[in-house]
Design a protein around this ligand. Sequence first.
Ligand SMILES: [Zn+2]
Length: 400
Amino acid sequence: MTRGLAAGLLLLLGLLIAAPTGAAGRPVARTIDEMVAQLRTDPVLVQPVMGTGDAHVAHDMLAGLAERVDAPVYVVLGALPAELDGAEHPAEQAAALLRQELGDGLYIIKFDEGIDYARGFGKAASLDLNLGYRAIRAAEEEGPEEYNRTTAVFDAAALLRAAAEPGQPISDRTLRKLMDEPWAFIATESNEHADQVARRWVYAIAAGLAVAIAGLTLSRVAVGAPMAARRAPDHSPGAPEPPDLADTERVLDQAQHRFDALSAAQLGSASAHSADEALRAARTVVGSRKDLDVVGARVLALIAGRELDRIDKPSLAAYRPCVVNPLHGEASETIQLSGTALDAPVCRACARQPGDFLRARTWRGSRPYLDTDTVWASTGFGALVDDLASQVLQCQGGRG
Ligand SMILES: [Zn+2]
């Protein structure tokens, strides 16, 4: 079922992404004030720039990466603002002017080709972008032509990736994948195949960010949210309550005590092995204190508890949480997600009337958890897969 589900999500993803995003492009910001206004509602500003294909797709990819950086991020890839025409170091000046209005954060700015300016202020000052620059240099050295220049979109993606995962070098494989993107290098001749580029973009994004976007797609289909909704930060008053860490630790300790009391014979069973794995996975995430991790630790503790039950009662079903919100408890029914052939496990209440998806708090507001780049989104907290614990342990072992 897992493989079928993944294939279904990817197919759906292709369809949704291939469809026009609908939103008409915003007017091109021509002054610093216009840039400030646009950045206040959306911190990634990508204006149609040569050699980058579809600015919407570039925007969404960079916004997805920016979301993963643990600090405010402002990206401007666009036209030189009128007031800085003829100025020395216009990108640096623009950053200073934008920062006066928008405050501290990581500023990545480009007005022509390449990145003109990238620097963090405040909390973002400690972000090390060197691994991003190293990836850009490697791409230019190893690109397909004798002389290669990466595009601003490539550079911004590499820098954001470095900022999102501090100290984690971009692997050769990831770099190769980025270099294969149609938007990686500045075209040597003018590109008259915009449609073709856009199609390749779709493929590239689908391959590169499949997991994150698959989660996003699922959440959008299930809640029927309009495509444009994810561009706008959520400032709705219904901000999610932080999960109860103390209670989660209590549930986890309970399961651990039961595990510790197992006899040698019981320890040899497959269910005991699964319980052990779930407990170890729960311990690795509960310490992070992130909201979704705390919820995930609770689900893993409940999975462990069920596996301990299954040692003596193997006919019991493994624990699956409600995919809409794991805090609803165990799924007892399934619903077909609208417009798809996917059956997703839900609690009884959600089977009658699907509730709101669990939301994750971010510095920019809150969003449905399926719309985050986490193992929780790609697994539905174990509702959509059979091996949540091992996926969590793998993630903790090193994300690349
Ligand atoms: Zn529910």
